[in-house]
Write a protein that binds this ligand. Structure first.
Ligand SMILES: [Zn+2]
Length: 421
């Protein structure tokens, strides 16, 4: 009952997602339908859906390594039968990292380890994570401010993969798996046709779609929208998102899918129209705007990713990395450019002072450029670095997305350390 009331407050925007994370932090179970539950632990860890069948349990996703233990314990309070099959909705570690805990439980009970099914590109993703583990450790550490973070690799790979769709009958339960690209290239959503239950994976995350993340591999806005449209045609009665609470009722489920698709289609359509006219990236970024009424929906708030980042991702997908500014094709070394500009301005401190004034006046974008030029020209000047830290602080205050703030904070900490050092 309490969970229902909280849902209504989330749905109308009266409660922030932090309140939901707080409410489910000791793990919460949502009774989805007869023999189906979803387990939540925090907004930032993928939810796990368990389906009881005559062959054993089916799980969609595993939670992350840290929360898998309490998630599995919650499942065990509900049903103690062996885990028969696990479906990975995609290869992100907050959805696959719990496999070790689940396997260890099977080993301890002398049971066969569950079969894992996923899209064909999940193993390739897992191999890529091994190849780029250092980079991912840096990026993930920056994004969530985890010092000395090591990105976890080596999750058990799928036993069975599929390409576009896969129909399964397991212990009397019929499942349809659909592949689509969106946040990742390896995503699956799961449809239980006889129940009207849709498990969307991260195609629905109670947040503006995470499709523009500045330091992640290419993501797919147009295909994300296509997947949401495909889900709409299924007319789900219950929509289980990858993150956030379960959405009950065909009208609400349909609205969430429609609004998400419309928002992405708008960004893709506007960006492509400008690209097709030969605009530069600068012109595109200046002209595209996300429909305000959709951005204001409680399940589409741009608090994690940001529409501007998404426009860049769309540009990059269709147009590569060159932004249409000839100086950026083979740019000068950043320190040389900074020194040249500082000399023209009459010194790095002049640039820094102007940066501070612009930041105070709210022009944080311009201010950030000048502050970085100043620091590039005089990296060991403590006053310049202190001003740079202040400017970045203003930038962070104006930044609405968690990722934007996190990346700005990396350089703000650097500036502070240099100012003190
Ligand atoms: Zn996720």
């Amino acid at each position: 009952m309490e969970q229902d009331q909280l849902f209504e407050r989330l749905w109308c925007g009266a409660a922030p997602m932090e309140e939901w994370t707080q409410a489910v932090s000791n793990t919460a179970i949502t009774a989805v339908a007869e023999n189906i539950v979803t387990i939540h632990s925090t907004y930032f860890c993928g939810s796990v859906t368990a389906i009881r069948t005559s062959a054993g349990l089916l799980l969609v996703d595993t939670a992350n390594a840290a929360l898998a233990g309490q998630t599995l314990a919650a499942i065990r309070r509900w049903d103690d039968s062996p885990v028969h099959t696990i479906i990975y909705t995609h290869g992100h570690v907050d959805h696959t990292g719990g496999i070790k805990v689940i396997d260890e439980e099977a080993d301890a009970r002398g049971l066969a380890r569950p079969r894992i099914i996923a899209h064909r590109d999940v193993p390739r993703r897992m191999e890529r994570y091994k190849m780029t583990q250092g980079f991912n450790s840096v990026v993930q550490g920056q994004q969530f401010n985890y010092p000395n973070y090591t990105y976890p690799v080596g999750q058990r790979q799928p036993d069975q993969v599929y390409d576009d769709t896969l129909s399964l009958m397991i212990g009397g339960e019929r499942l349809e798996l659909f592949h689509g690209r969106g946040e990742t290239d390896d995503a699956t959503f799961v449809w239980l046709p006889e129940r009207g239950v849709l498990v969307s994976g991260d195609f629905v995350i109670w947040m503006f779609p995470n499709v523009g993340n500045p330091r992640k591999v290419q993501r797919y806005a147009a295909e994300w929208a296509e997947s949401l449209r495909r889900m709409q045609t299924l007319k789900p009665e219950v929509l289980i998102p990858g993150h956030g609470p379960v959405i009950f009722g065909a009208a609400r489920a349909g609205q969430v899918l429609d609004d998400g698709a419309t928002l992405l289609e708008s960004l893709v359509g506007q960006t492509l129209a400008l690209m097709n006219r030969g605009c530069t990236l600068d012109e595109v970024l200046r002209s595209v705007s996300a429909p305000a009424e959709l951005l204001a929906k409680p399940y589409l708030l741009p608090e994690y990713d940001d529409p501007e980042f998404v426009v860049r991702a769309i540009w990059h997908l269709y147009g590569g990395w060159f932004d249409g500014n000839p100086a950026h094709l083979k740019p000068a070394h950043a320190a040389e450019l900074a020194a040249e500009l500082a000399a023209l301005a009459g010194g790095a401190d002049r640039l820094a002072m102007r940066a501070a004034a612009l930041a105070e006046g709210g022009q944080t974008r311009l201010a950030a450029h000048l502050a970085e030029f100043a620091a590039g020209a005089a990296p060991d000047d403590k006053r310049v670095q202190a001003t740079r830290a202040q400017v970045l602080e203003h930038c962070m205050e104006q930044e609405t997305s968690l990722m934007g703030r996190a990346f700005l904070a990396v350089y703000q900490r650097d500036a502070k350390a240099r100012a003190a050092g």
